[in-house]
Ligand binder design. Structure first.
Ligand code: URQ
Ligand code: ZN
Ligand code: ZN
Length: 480
């Protein structure tokens, strides 16, 4: 099957130009004007629209077993919803239980993801440490195309990684040419604050943000950054939610340290007033970690994207319906943490970023697709409209608009944190692996058409420049 996208303006992270795009065999074959294409190619009229690299969401949790339940969105419904919003690839997470072999957990998640209808890849979480983890990390990098390892510094008594695990795993990542990533919240601080708030009789969702102050994120961000600095390995911080943590990233980058930061669409647009909503279901529906913050922190995150101190946007799509959130009716610490967004990320960022002038179209492409492809080493296979790249494309209608609602979204969850938001700028067509999978509100998907994307290790020399080399040069003083 071949596709000819005609009449549009191609927008890449580095430039935009009027150009047509010819697709064949799942790849982009030609980009330009006056292309000679087969007469039987299916034509998409992109007149007045933008032709952009499909979104890459580097942070999702489809069907995640967590806090005593399982996320309601699975790999098929979640990737279908992603395609409906112009996202053509997700990077999800394998999260082994402590003491569970990494390779065992990885195989389980690979099985779950086979039903995906868009491309996917996995960060693998390191939630414990022993020689088998050291070995499994190498197998994952060398044989399975995993080049990023996640560390939860939060969630004490569950999946929290203490400093010893962080140090061992970051060091191993350096050896292997892999990127360590962190959920940066001080889990002990959160645990103690949760206990204190409950003792004070604060059992409702309004206590959730009080148990996770900006200082908890900033301390962990700084700790992870400093560990990475001493070890000499790059670092990626997921869902940066505060000015405080962003400041730690900006300082590290100003020192020349390779630190990257991710902002969630939710943290950019939803504020913490939601936790004081009188309806428990509404307040609980917004419980995720780190929590939504004040408008001041939102403004800082937008500035982080504009300044380049934050490089990517994501959603942390992790769905729990009202009946699941109700587990925490009398104890906010039992509310499963997570919110949705994989379908809405591009349109809410276009509406609140591009049409407001915060981001240019090219910067929009960078933070929704290209930068994730570069940081996780799948560029230019992904993240760009150019000959030879995968044909993962969104045709974007800047004039189309809608009002976001759980009543009409494709996501498998009964709530939408962007409920009622009027958005302008929508995907009109989404193409995944060269196949038209979404057109003007209609999905044309079936389970299993998505592919697992291997991500090779980074250039070893890139990592060999680490500070750890300095300590190797250390020479003992000979004392008489
Ligand atoms: O912490 C995460 O990223 C996972 C467990 C999703 N939940 C959340 O609240 N962010
Ligand atoms: Zn997290
Ligand atoms: Zn997450």
């Amino acid at each position: 099957m071949s596709l000819f996208i005609r009449g549009g303006t191609v927008v890449n992270a580095d430039n935009s130009a009027r150009a047509d795009v010819y697709i064949e065999g799942g790849l982009i074959k030609a980009v330009g004007l006056d292309l000679i294409v087969p007469s039987d190619a299916d034509i998409i009229d992109a007149g007045g629209q933008y032709v952009m690299p499909g979104g890459i969401d580097p942070h999702t949790h489809m069907q995640l077993p967590f806090m005593g339940t399982v996320a309601s969105e699975d790999f098929y419904t979640g990737t279908a919803a992603a395609l409906a919003g112009g996202t053509t690839m997700i990077i999800d997470f394998v999260i082994p239980n402590p003491q569970q072999p990494l390779m065992e957990a990885y195989q389980i998640w690979r099985g779950w993801a086979e039903k995906a209808c868009a491309d996917y890849s996995f960060h693998v979480a390191v939630t414990w440490w022993d020689d088998s983890v050291h070995a499994d990390m190498a197998q994952l990098v060398k044989e399975e195309g995993v080049n990023s390892f996640k560390h939860f510094m939060a969630y004490k008594n569950a999946i929290m990684a203490e400093d010893e695990v962080l140090y061992n795993s970051f060091s191993r990542a350096l050896d292997l040419g892999a990127m360590p990533t962190v959920h940066a919240e001080n889990g002990e601080m959160v645990f103690q604050l949760q206990k204190k708030l409950l003792e004070m009789g604060m059992t409702g969702p309004e206590a959730h943000p009080l148990s996770r102050p900006p200082a908890a994120e900033a301390e962990a961000a700084n700790r992870a950054i400093r560990l990475a600095e001493v070890i000499g390995v790059p670092l990626y911080l997921v869902h940066v939610s505060t000015q405080d943590a962003l400041d730690e990233i900006s300082k590290a980058r100003a020192r020349g340290q390779r630190v990257y930061g991710e902002a969630l669409a939710g943290h950019l647009l939803i504020d913490d007033s939601v936790y004081r909503h009188p309806d428990f279901e509404v307040a609980a529906a917004h419980v995720m970690s780190p929590p939504f913050r004040s408008k001041e922190h939102q403004a800082a995150l937008w500035q982080g994207l504009q300044s380049g101190n934050l490089q990517t946007t994501a959603t942390d799509h992790c769905c729990f319906c009202a009946d699941q959130k109700a587990a925490g009716k009398d104890d906010f610490t039992l509310i499963p943490n997570g919110t949705a967004g994989v379908e809405d990320r591009l349109t809410v960022l276009w509406t609140n970023g591009v049409t407001t002038g915060k981001l240019t179209m090219e910067e929009f492409v960078a933070v929704t697709s290209t930068n994730s492809a570069k940081i996780f080493n799948i560029y230019p296979r992904k993240g760009v409209i150019r000959a030879g790249a995968d044909a993962d494309i969104v045709v974007w209608d800047p004039a189309a608009s809608k009002v976001i609602s759980a009543k009409t979204h494709k996501q498998n969850i009964d709530f939408n944190i962007f409920e009622g938001m009027k958005v302008t700028g929508l995907a009109s067509h989404t193409i995944s692996a060269g196949q038209l999978r979404y057109k003007n509100g209609e999905l044309m998907t079936r389970p299993g058409t998505g592919s697992y994307i291997k991500r090779s290790a980074f250039q070893p020399v890139f990592h060999a420049l680490g500070k750890i080399a300095d300590t190797h040069k250390a020479k003992p003083v000979k004392r008489t």
